[in-house]
Design a protein. Sequence first.
Length: 119
Amino acid sequence: MSTELPAIVAEHLAAVNAFDTERIVATFAPGAYVNDNRREIWGTDAIRAFMAKEFVGDHVTMEVQEVIDHYGDIIVRARYDGTYDKTNLPEVLVMTSYFAIRDGKITSLTVIFNQPSPY
């Protein structure tokens, strides 16, 4: 089920790891949204402010562990690190990012700290 990263997702991850806010924002469609920690961030202006503060500002890096293409949506499990508050987080933090892509741009991104399922 693993796959290669689509170009726009690879560019998004490279921009995050380069701490480049404008490059990150350029990967999103104008009306895109991000859902992070149960917060909805709509549109490129809000996404820019969010990414500048919580990704670039906290020097977040993402190391890809797994990529899945699920009916055209891309699921990326990545090890996160950075200078963010790590209180009550595991030593190795793996988060799952769910990317929807249309016309070569990210239209939605949901980031979740998943828990193992008993099923």
